[in-house]
Ligand binder design. Structure first.
Ligand SMILES: Cc1ncc(COP(=O)(O)O)c(C=O)c1O
Length: 391
C-alpha cells in the first residue's frame, strides 16, 4: 500500500472505531465528567486514566489527536485552541529563560511575533536566519541554542528550509527541531521522517478544510506531549473545544482527497500564471520557476500544496486592482478551504511584521497569495483571467 492510500485509510479510521457502537465519531461536548464516588474522583485525579475535565483531556479531543498522530506518523499528539496555541504551547514546553532559538525568516506573522516580541520578555532569544541556506542555521547556533524552528514552505513566501540538512546538524548537538507543517501537510511532506522532533499545525487550514473551525495540533514523542499537556496546555489554558475537534476530525475524513485536488488545481493555476505577461514572480514549490524546485520535489514528494504566490506587473496598486476585480475567488486571509481565497499579504496576514523583516524574508510589497480551492480549475483560471484584464 502506498503512503497516499494508507493516508486515505488512516484519515477515516484512525482514532475512531474503538469499541463504540457509534459509526460516526461521537461528540463529547462536556466540560467535566462525573464520578460514582469520592474515592473514584480521587483515583481519577491520581491516575488520569479516564476523562476528568476537558482542559485536561476529552474523548473527542483524544480521537482527533490519535488521527493526526497517525497521519504524521508520530507517537502522540495534542489538540490546541488554535495553530498559534500549538506553536506557543510547543515552544513553552521546551524553553526556559536563558535559552536561544534559531528560526527561519519565512514565518507566519503570529510565530514571528511570538519569537521576536513575546518570548524575549521571558528571557528567550531568537536569531532569524535566511530560510533557504542551511549553513546560516549552523552559523547562528550558540552554546545555549535549545531549539531550531522551521516553517517550510514558509508563509507566504513559499521559501523552503532544507529540513534533512538542518535536522542533521540539530541532532549532532542535541537541539530539538520544531516544524510548522501547515502549508505542506503530511500528505505532501513527512517532517518526522526528515528528522524533525516536534511538528505543529494550524488545523484551521487543510485539516479542517471547510473554513468553519479554528484549531491546532502538536505531534511529538509521547513524553513531550505529556509534558506539554501537564504543563503549558493546562496552565496557559489553550485547549481545543470538543466541537471544533469533532468538526476538524470530520474534515480530515476527506483531507487526502481534498489535498490531492488542492495540489492538482494549484499546479495548473501556477502553470497558467507563469505564462501571463501581466504576472511576475510567480512561485509554487512544484513549478520549475520556484528557485528551490529540485528540493521541493525531493522534500515534498506528495505535491506542491495549495498555495501559489505572485505579483501583478505594475506593483502593489495593480495587485489591489486584481483583488478588487475577482468574482469567484474570495478576498480574504487563510488557506486550505474548499473555496479559493486570495489576499495581499503585506497589508493583511503579515501587516504586523516590520517592513525590513518582511522584505528580508522575501515578502515583497506586491505579493499576492492565492490559496487555491477545490472548484473546477477552469473556473478559477477564468476568474483570474477576467480580473487581470481589469487591472
Ligand atoms: C503557517 C501557519 N502557522 C500557524 C498559523 C496560526 O494558525 P491559527 O490561525 O489557527 O492560530 C497560521 C495561520 O494562518 C499559518 O498560516
Amino acid at each position: 500500500m502506498s503512503t497516499e492510500e494508507h493516508l486515505h485509510t488512516l484519515a477515516i479510521h484512525a482514532g475512531e472505531d474503538e469499541g463504540l457502537p457509534d459509526v460516526a465519531a461521537p461528540l463529547h461536548m462536556a466540560s467535566t465528567f462525573r464520578y460514582a464516588s469520592a474515592a473514584e474522583a480521587a483515583h481519577a485525579f491520581e491516575t488520569e486514566e479516564r476523562p476528568i475535565y476537558t482542559r485536561w483531556g476529552n474523548p473527542t479531543l483524544a480521537m482527533l489527536e490519535a488521527k493526526v498522530a497517525a497521519l504524521e506518523g508520530g507517537e502522540a499528539a495534542l489538540a490546541t485552541a488554535s495553530g498559534m496555541a500549538a506553536v506557543s504551547t510547543a515552544l513553552l514546553t521546551a524553553l526556559q529563560a536563558g535559552d536561544h532559538v534559531v528560526a527561519t525568516t519565512g514565518l507566519y506573522s503570529g510565530t514571528y511575533s511570538l519569537l521576536t516580541r513575546d518570548l524575549p520578555r521571558f528571557g528567550v532569544e531568537t536569531t532569524l536566519v535566511e530560510a533557504t541556506n542551511p549553513d546560516a542555521f549552523a552559523a547562528a547556533l550558540r552554546p545555549n541554542t535549545r531549539a531550531i524552528y522551521l516553517e517550510s514552505p514558509g508563509n507566504p513566501t513559499l521559501a523552503l528550509n532544507d529540513v534533512a540538512a538542518i535536522t542533521a546538524l540539530a541532532r549532532e548537538r542535541s537541539i530539538l527541531t520544531f516544524m510548522d507543517n501547515t502549508f505542506a501537510t503530511p500528505f505532501n511532506q513527512r517532517p518526522l521522517e526528515l528528522g524533525v522532533d516536534v511538528v505543529v499545525h494550524s488545523a484551521t487550514k487543510f485539516f479542517c478544510g471547510h473554513g468553519d473551525a479554528i484549531g491546532g495540533v502538536i505531534v511529538a514523542p509521547q513524553d513531550f506531549i505529556t509534558r506539554a499537556l501537564k504543563g503549558p496546555l493546562r496552565t496557559f489554558g489553550g485547549c481545543m473545544s470538543p466541537f471544533n475537534a469533532w468538526l476538524i476530525a470530520r474534515g480530515i475524513h476527506t483531507f487526502p482527497l481534498r489535498m490531492a485536488r488542492h495540489n492538482a488545481n494549484a499546479l495548473r493555476v501556477a502553470e497558467w500564471l507563469a505564462e501571463q505577461p501581466g504576472i511576475t514572480g510567480m512561485r509554487y514549490p512544484w513549478h520549475p520557476a520556484h528557485p528551490q524546485y529540485a528540493l521541493a520535489r525531493a522534500q515534498m514528494p506528495g505535491g506542491g500544496g495549495g498555495v501559489v504566490v505572485f505579483e501583478v506587473a505594475g506593483g502593489e496598486q495593480a495587485g489591489a486592482r486584481l483583488l478588487d476585480a475577482v468574482r469567484l475567488c474570495t478576498r480574504t486571509v487563510s488557506l486550505g478551504d474548499t473555496r479559493t481565497l486570495i489576499t495581499h499579504a503585506a497589508s493583511t496576514t503579515h501587516r504586523s511584521v516590520p517592513k525590513a523583516a518582511r522584505l528580508a524574508a522575501g515578502l515583497s510589497d506586491g505579493l499576492v497569495r492565492l490559496a487555491v480551492g477545490l472548484e473546477a480549475v477552469e473556473d478559477i483560471i477564468a476568474d483570474l483571467e477576467q480580473a487581470l484584464r481589469a487591472v
